[in-house]
Design a protein around this ligand. Structure first.
Ligand code: NAP
Length: 242
């Protein structure tokens, strides 16, 4: 008797461009079944068409991570197409103006947290039932080296970027959230990754890594075995300090 292998299912948020789109491209190349989530239908479907032109398949899922309604609709759409989700990549994120701390309005920080922190919690909780329906669920939180207090206060690296509040604090919060989810849900591999400084719209393409290099850690942590690490922070070279 032959059995048909069920493809690993992966959902990537904010996947119409940048690191998210490259992660989708790599997962599809590896034969994974990929849900490409994006908040804008025109941009999301354009990304799906671009991948199709390369002979790769991805399924578009409309999802604005700042909206309860949109995230719930996304869960319903994915649930109608698959009984479980193996991997959730929480990639969607926004940058912030380079306002010095003493001049930063509190509301400016709130805007960044709304997406990078609250949006990620909203998506994670909404997709937990689908993840828990699988045998080896994994969640990858796309954080940043700028969320590492160790790195940002290291005399060797402090000063490379001007001090700001919103973006680094949002990614530091995401790191803590990762550690707490991992402690609470030991049957799920939940890790944070720092992609490294990568040429995308977020960095005005000043990053020195390609998007392929920037997605190395995302792909690696998405592919870990049930015995693999959880509650860790990794870049493409391995563990990195919180
Ligand atoms: P990017 O090219 O600007 O892509 C960001 C993606 O997030 C876009 O698809 C964007 O959609 C989406 N997004 C933003 N708000 C959203 C929302 N409310 N709902 C759904 N999607 C939303 O940036 P990137 O460099 O690929 O960044 C991806 C992740 O990597 C982010 O979490 C970022 O913080 C992190 N990161 C990047 C670097 C780097 O050097 N590039 C370094 C460290 C960490 P729209 O196109 O609709 O705006």
């Amino acid at each position: 008797m032959t059995t048909t292998a069920i493809a690993t299912t992966v959902l990537v948020t904010g996947a119409n461009k940048g690191l998210g789109r490259e992660a989708v491209r790599r997962f599809a190349t590896m034969g994974r079944r990929v849900f490409l989530a994006a908040r804008d239908t025109a941009r999301g479907t354009a990304a799906v068409r671009e991948l199709a032109a390369e002979g790769l398949e991805a399924e578009f899922v409309p999802m604005d991570i700042t909206s309860d309604e949109s995230v719930q609709e996304a869960v319903e759409l994915v649930s109608s197409r698959t009984r479980h989700l193996d991997v959730l990549v929480n990639n969607a994120g926004v940058g912030a103006p380079a306002t010095p701390p003493a001049e930063t309005p509190a509301a400016e920080v709130g805007v960044v947290f709304e997406t990078n922190v609250l949006g990620t919690i909203r998506v994670t909780n909404a997709f937990l039932p689908l993840l828990q329906a699988g045998e080896n669920p994994r969640i990858v939180m796309v954080s940043s080296g700028m969320g590492s207090i160790a790195t940002m206060t290291d005399p060797a690296t402090a000063g490379l970027v001007p001090p700001t509040l919103g973006y680094p604090a949002s990614k530091a919060a995401l790191n803590m959230i990762t550690s707490q989810y991992a402690l609470a849900l030991p049957h799920i591999r939940i890790n944070a990754v720092d992609p490294g400084y990568t040429a995308t719209d977020l960095t005005d393409h000043t990053g020195f890594q390609t998007v392929t290099e920037g997605t190395d850690a995302i792909v690696e942590l998405a592919e870990i075995e049930p015995t693999g690490p959880t509650g860790g922070f990794f870049d493409r070279n391995g563990r990195t300090p919180w």
